[in-house]
Design a protein around this ligand. Structure first.
Ligand SMILES: *Cc1c(COP(=O)(O)O)cnc(C)c1O
Ligand code: SF4
Length: 346
């Protein structure tokens, strides 16, 4: 197991979102006390995992229902004892990121796209995370290494899109993010930049005026595709709606990808409510991911046959663009694989 890098310690004049982030819940006891939820009402005991501890911003915990052990937001972040159980087929690197690694910080799996792991730090620790055992800390590139990485990408005309991922790239300061983003924009053959993040959702204060002007400035140069990771309609409260609206106004194109999660969004009602709420926020549902079989995540798995039924149910209810593509990642394939499609593998 790796240990995540330490959070940057914000100076007193640091942005409000960083100070708010410092106030996050970091253990089950304080989160459960805040929710007025007696641990004896949980299906299992909470688990302490020093390598991937509980981390929940207060802004996110405020959207959870009090005293509800089944709350779909709580389920995403509360570590339970059964994470320790071993299940056949659930491994540390289920999606072959190790093999796709081109060097520290860079994953090249699909044509035209380079995924950069800008940081190992996240604002929230999602228990279903497919990168929960990714060896971030050991490989965080230095500034000099990043310069070499961008030089290498600049020499590869096949790269048309740079993806910023992590960890969560928006856990970086605006100035770090600007540096990376400008490096990517300066590569002539790069046509657009994509950022995958959960921060506007779990800590909407991140989307402050300084960040919005950064987006407005840089998204004017080449399109910015911002992919949010929302799994449940109730994750989008008024503050998140406002953040999404402001990001669109600043020029970002907003997409969403979710993971199909047992006990969180494994019903037609939950997925339809999620799509409707996303469309209210001006966010297009992009992917619904089948869970990657990463050690510790077994409790979230939903059968693919059920997933296909859910997608059928959605198609009958929503506009075509409200239905995400149901995909999974198969190691060695040329793209994510659409489940249930002819040509897709069973
Ligand atoms: C998922 C993924 C992408 C992006 O794939 P899209 O289908 O374009 O969303 C790019 N690089 C890596 C390594 C990925 O895992
Ligand atoms: S924000 Fe993303 S990378 Fe971070 S723990 Fe959650 S799912 Fe994993």
């Amino acid at each position: 197991m790796h240990s995540l890098p330490k959070d940057p310690i914000p100076a007193p004049q640091s942005p409000a979102w960083q100070r708010e982030w410092r106030e996050s819940f970091r253990d089950a006891a304080s989160l459960l006390a805040f929710l007025e939820l007696d641990p004896s009402r949980l299906p299992e005991l909470p688990r302490t995992d020093p390598a991937f501890p509980i981390r929940v911003p207060r802004a996110y915990a405020l959207r959870m229902r009090k005293s509800d052990p089944d709350d779909p937001l709580l389920r995403q972040v509360l570590a339970l004892a059964s994470e320790n159980d071993e299940h056949p087929g659930f491994t540390a690197d289920a999606v072959g990121d190790g093999q796709a690694q081109e060097g520290p910080g860079v994953l090249r799996k699909y044509d035209g796209r380079a995924l950069l792991v800008l940081t190992g730090v996240c604002a929230v620790h999602c228990r279903y995370c497919f990168r929960r055992e990714y060896p971030y800390a050991r490989q965080a590139p230095s500034r000099a290494q990043w310069e070499q990485i961008y030089a290498r990408l600049g020499a590869d005309a096949g790269v048309e899109e740079i993806l910023f991922s992590g960890g969560d790239p928006l856990s970086l300061s605006d100035s770090m993010l600007r540096w990376h983003w400008e490096q990517a924009l300066s590569l002539p053959h790069v046509r657009r930049v994509r950022i995958h993040t959960r921060l506007p959702l779990v800590l909407p204060a991140r989307v402050d005026d300084a960040f919005l002007s950064l987006v407005a400035e840089l998204a004017a140069r080449k399109p910015l595709y911002l992919v949010l990771h929302v799994n449940h309609a109730r994750e989008i409260d008024e503050a998140v709606l406002a953040a999404a609206r402001a990001l669109r106004a600043a020029g970002a194109i907003l997409l969403n990808q979710s993971v199909l999660l047992r006990g969180v969004n494994d019903s037609v009602e939950a997925l339809a409510a999620l799509s409707r709420r996303l469309l209210d926020a001006g966010v297009l549902p992009y992917y619904l991911h089948q869970l990657d079989r990463v050690r510790g995540t077994h409790g979230f798995e939903v059968e693919e046959t059920k997933g296909l039924e859910l997608i059928e149910g959605l198609r009958a209810k929503l506009s075509g663009y409200g239905v995400p593509k149901y995909v999974r990642e198969i190691q060695g394939e040329a793209s994510k694989t659409e489940i249930g499609k002819v040509g897709g593998r069973e």
